[in-house]
Design a protein around this ligand. Structure first.
Ligand SMILES: O=C(O)C[C@H]1C=CC(=O)O1
Length: 95
């Protein structure tokens, strides 16, 4: 199943810089592993914001929830999830 996921990152200014830097490094590593596995299909920066728009290709709600809640930056994210399906006029096949 495909999902559009929007993540807004809000790291508090009070968080120790070394801790924040490590979280970002771990997050990058995990996101790139998931991209290589084909589960995190697209990752786009929202211009002007510490936010992204992503497309996930996973088995369903439970797998997506497990992935998102395991992200190192999860405690500092506001996340919205939109399930996607094939548009009847689309010439590209999803999946
Ligand atoms: O920077 C972000 O948008 C948050 C998160 C998503 C992938 C990653 O490496 O960090």
């Amino acid at each position: 199943m495909l999902f559009m996921v929007q993540m807004q990152v809000n790291i508090p200014a009070t968080l120790d810089k070394a801790v924040a830097d490590q979280l970002k490094k771990d997050e990058k590593e995990m996101s790139q592993k998931l991209q290589r596995e084909g589960k995190w299909r697209d990752l786009w920066r929202v211009v002007g914001q510490y936010a992204n728009v992503s497309i996930f290709n996973v088995s369903g709600n439970d797998e997506l929830h497990n992935i998102l809640s395991a992200l190192p930056l999860y405690p500092f994210m506001t996340i919205s999830v939109t399930p996607l399906t094939q548009h009847p006029s689309a010439i590209a096949q999803i999946g």
